[in-house]
Design a binder for this molecule. Structure first.
Ligand code: NAP
Length: 186
């Protein structure tokens, strides 16, 4: 959990806005970070859900849920907001996904997403949904960052410094390169 902020202390006793933002974060990049900076100005507390947490070791989902928890948690330290980073494995029935999410997280009253399925599922509940378009989408893209890693191109300037450190610590570039060469065998 992140630090207890002054804003949080002032709000105790008042109605709090606690928001959920879900993504796969393969990896967490500066586009996601800009979205979260904006959300942090609008709400009191933030829950970041690491979607598809059970997935790892494929070219499109190279990093484990735990590695992505590290990427997001370390990046959010610089923001003035109380936050919770929670891995969320997928479930095979969309109809129960919202209850599944609620069973894993602190209570929340607003969801930020740009994913039509996520917006649709939450719209069927009483929870408010808000759009969260990504910033500079053409370069801040998980697909583009993974492509650059595979092709030995510069990727570090597209992610927060803390994320580059995690990826280097886990030797993530070599992992994705190996995965991509294996993919051609199957
Ligand atoms: P995602 O699968 O992570 O992202 C889908 C695409 O949308 C990616 O290209 C992503 O780009 C892009 N994207 C992410 N945030 C965006 C934004 N704010 N604006 C524009 N594009 C954006 O999907 P997600 O919506 O971020 O995460 C949803 C998670 O919930 C997934 O893990 C999904 O599996 C899970 N989910 C599960 C169920 C179930 O289990 N039944 C149901 C619904 C959703 P980047 O690659 O650059 O991030």
């Amino acid at each position: 959990m992140g630090k207890m902020t002054t804003k949080h202390k002032q709000k105790i006793g008042d109605k709090m806005d606690r928001a959920l933002y879900v993504g796969r974060f393969q990896p967490y990049h500066l586009g996601h970070h800009e979205v979260i900076k904006k959300i942090a100005k609008e709400v009191d507390e933030l829950i970041v859900g690491i979607g598809s947490a059970q997935k790892s070791h494929t070219v499109s989902d190279p990093f484990t849920g735990g590695e992505r928890v590290m990427m997001v948690s370390r990046s959010l330290v610089e923001l003035d907001i109380t936050y919770y980073v929670i891995p969320m494995a997928d479930v095979d029935r969309h109809a129960i996904w919202v209850s599944h999410i609620q069973s894993l997280t602190p209570p929340f009253n607003v969801v930020y997403s740009n994913n039509p399925l996520v917006i649709g599922l939450f719209s069927e509940t009483k929870i408010e949904t808000r759009r969260s378009p990504l910033f500079k989408r053409s370069i801040y893209s998980g697909t583009e960052i993974r492509r650059r890693m595979i092709n030995d191109e510069k990727w570090e300037d597209l992610v927060p410094k803390a994320v580059a450190e995690v990826i280097n610590e886990i030797d993530g570039v070599n992992r994705i390169k190996n995965l991509s060469s294996n993919d051609t065998l199957f």
